[in-house]
Write a new protein. Sequence first.
Length: 476
Amino acid sequence: MKKVIKLSLAASMLALAMNANASDDINSKIDSLQKQINELKNSQLDTSDALEERIDEVETATLTDKIKFGIEFRTQVNNFDIEDAAGTSSSDSNIWSNRLRLNMGSDITDDMKFTGRLSMYKNWSDSNINLFSGMDPMQGRRPSDSGVFVERAYIDWTVAEGAVPVTLTIGRQPSSDGPSHQFKDNTVRKSTYSALSFDGAADGIVATVNLQKVSGIDGMALRVGYGKGYQDSSEMSYVGNPGGTNDTNVLGIFLDTGLGIEGSLLQLSAVQATDVVSNTTNIAGEDTNTNIGDVALYTAMVELTDIAKSGFDIFAHYAISQSKPNGDSGLMATDTDNNGIPDTNVPMGLLSHGVIGTDKKTGNAFWLGTRYTMPIESMNNPRIGLEYNQGSKNWFSFTQGSNSVTNKLATRGSAVEVYYIQPINRYAHIRLGAEMIDYEYTGTGYQIGAPMEVSSMGAMATDKLNNYYLLFNVAY
């Protein structure tokens, strides 16, 4: 009996040992199989990641093949000195700003091309929306918060070829930073219209008739443009109940031509804006916008670049403005006590206030400048420049969208600017400059209110404004 028990126990132990060995073998195979599964999963993940990366690369390449991108970045510091007509001086120094532009271009077909620009322009640490930066011509053109605006978005469509090609430019136009700003900005001409008369964002349609072939004159072209300075787009206007304010329609004609000298340009233009609006609000904050009259601008400009390979560039602009009030006005909240708090609603008409007449008001302005490129290769050929402009009592232009915070070309008085440009490489430069503005009449840059002699306004009017600035600019 004991032998049987011992044999049985031995058999059981042998079976357990055999089962344990089998179990270990199975577990080993399971572990090996799991390892293979994990390796397969990792391989699939790596393949998937690589595939996604390749797809992203293809999509990016496809996008960049269709649309070419470029950037412009600028950091600037301004230092302002101000003196009012009473002789009191003040200053506002160390004002920093950043400006970013994302430029886009695409050749859609042989006869159709897209160009766009997104812009951000802000003072450092500023999260507030500037009052004027929200106005259409100034969007992306004046310091505000970090919002991005569509400054340009247009299609160039060549609708006729042959001896007299015709191209339509449709959309948000290349109407800012026009000639002769390219000299100070250290770039090439990037806009059509004289910056003395117009500078800012604008929507419209322009037809360009290229006359080079038929005339034999380099750069000869005739442009006819239509746009809107204001459009009644309120919700009520779509249901047959407009606000009663007419659209501001703008018509212009421009003739460009070379002068038979390499690097030369002459432009003659005439622009008519009808039913200009007041853009006014009263003390209660209510919109009192109304049509106040018509404005016509006649401009002539000439540029000579690198005269006889001397390194000298010169330019001259002259313009006449004719403002025709219609007798209407918008109530404007006005600070008559000069304490910073509006206290009176004043009727504001076109270059008039109080009693609004209908007499035509004519103004004029000119802008002269020169730039010299120094042949110093070791310093990347630095440049120096000098500009002078002067405007009369009733001078008015559409330059509210100027990138310059002083909008010096709208001055009713005189302005001098000197600058030095130090190129860093082909894409970057530093500019050091000074603007000195002497105001003779109030209301510079505004279409409303009668210009008054600054000398009679005391502490209520700025007499002199100086700005000493330094900027760093990259365009790539």
